[in-house]
Design a protein around this ligand. Structure first.
Ligand SMILES: Cc1ncc(COP(=O)(O)O)c(C=O)c1O
Length: 422
């Protein structure tokens, strides 16, 4: 029988059974700074989770905190619907100058409701409106959010079942390497598109993550992404890249698709765009796709102005030069070396790893081993979560601002957890 510590009892008695992270991490967190959280009893935890990718610049980043405090103290607008505000103007100008223009990206910027799934819903809606078709192709093990439209293009059977109604107008296709390289890329997809007898409704768009975060850290090769873009062009389908988890520098470059040299028609961003863990989301699209009627996609909390303030401060502080990208690549190499050593030391575990930038996954053939590793990590003060269709992958997602020493500390703890769960 599990005994709930008194400090956690109100969560158990009052909060819904739907809660999840607090089950794996049974502590009451109180403060956080950089890559560390502290619980109310003073225990410290090293963060290899970063708010599921929402805290790329760490907890309570001092540069962003200063900008936020100054803004609040001068009574800057907090809630703004989509009214024009000075904070929103400063964000748009900074986003254009620091991110879009240097990358020669012509996108228009839309503010949907402030969560990832809102951005995905707006992207799907727009693609269907532009093409006048209802079907959208997604990929095996994709995750795009929990609202109905996003669930319809999400792979995970458990999450899909929660919808309670049929999830329609989405068709899954094999993600890169789904057949372990045994089948030529897009063989099935292209055949279905070209065969008038296939029964596939012509899709309006394809939605893809360049690295599937929730799906198990599956990394699409750059050539696969380029071939997907070319297939979309040939078949008159829009290419939507969902960069909600992998954007904002997680894989190195600001956008995760930059390495492949592609320009998606539509891009969704959320999670770390505000930089401070505050709700904010963007849907970016090529100007010729901007056929929305005013107010056709609305939402009360689109104008979260304090998030615009921290977002602009984060872009100025971390993206005005090329340092962030170089640092992430270097930190990623450190993680890769650490994971290599762990797998070499524990061949019997059958573990193998993959990743890009600062997102890595350590997969075990036995999902129980992955959850045992994460449970032991929590006891040792390291926050790690699992991902993948069977929760068989230990996911490493530290803040991008983590120091090499902290990274080393976390990797040593992870090595100990793998050793001790043998
Ligand atoms: C790729 C991707 N898309 C969409 C979402 C949904 O974002 P949110 O939970 O903010 O709705 C997530 C969340 O993990 C995600 O990783």
């Amino acid at each position: 029988m599990t005994i709930t510590p008194p400090a956690l009892s109100v969560f158990e008695t009052l909060e819904s059974e739907v809660r999840s992270y607090c089950r794996g991490w049974p502590a009451v967190f109180d403060r956080a700074q950089g890559a560390r959280l502290t619980d109310e009893d003073g225990h410290s935890y090293l963060d290899f989770f970063a708010g599921a990718g929402s805290l790329n610049y760490g907890h309570n980043n001092p540069v962003l905190k200063r900008a936020l405090i100054d803004y609040i103290e001068r009574d800057g607008i907090t809630h703004g619907l989509d009214m024009a505000t000075t904070a929103k103007r400063a964000f748009l100008e900074t986003f254009q100058n620091v991110i879009l223009r240097p990358r020669d990206l012509p996108y228009k910027v839309m503010f949907p409701g402030p969560t990832g799934t809102n951005a995905v819903e707006s992207a799907l809606k727009l693609a269907r409106k532009v093409k006048g078709r209802e079907s959208v192709v997604s990929f095996t093990n994709a995750f795009h959010g929990m609202s109905l439209g996003s669930l319809a293009v999400t792979g995970n059977a458990f999450k899909r079942a929660g919808a309670g109604i049929p999830l329609v107008h989405g068709t899954p296709m094999p993600f890169d390497n789904y057949f372990d390289g045994q089948v030529p890329d897009f063989l099935w997809f292209e055949r279905l598109l070209e065969d008038q007898g296939s029964g596939l409704n012509k899709p309006a768009a394809v939605i893809v993550e360049t690295v599937q975060g929730e799906g198990g850290i599956n990394v699409a090769r750059a050539e696969w992404l380029r071939a997907l873009q070319s297939l979309c062009h040939r078949q008159d389908m829009l290419l939507i890249v969902d960069d909600i988890q992998m954007g904002c520098g997680r894989t190195g470059a600001f956008f995760s698709f930059e390495e492949a040299g592609i320009t998606p028609d539509i891009v969704t961003l959320s999670k770390s765009i505000s930089g401070y863990g505050m709700p904010m989301a963007l849907c970016l699209f090529k100007p010729e796709l901007d056929i929305w009627e005013p107010g056709e996609h609305n939402g009360t909390f689109r104008g979260n102005n304090p998030a615009f303030v921290t977002a602009a401060a984060a872009l100025d502080a971390y993206w005005a030069d090329g340092q962030m990208e170089k640092q992430t690549v270097a930190r990623g190499e450190q993680v890769e070396q650490g994971l290599l050593a762990i797998c070499d030391e524990n061949p019997a575990s059958g573990g193998h790893f993959r990743g890009r930038g600062l997102v890595w996954g350590l997969e075990f053939p036995d999902p129980a081993r992955a959850s045992a590793v994460c449970a032991r990590a929590f006891e040792l003060g390291l926050l790690l979560e699992t991902s993948g269709p069977r929760s068989e992958v230990v996911k490493l997602l530290p803040p991008l601002t983590i120091t090499p020493d902290e990274l080393d500390e976390g990797l040593r703890t992870l090595a100990r957890c793998v050793r001790e769960t043998a």
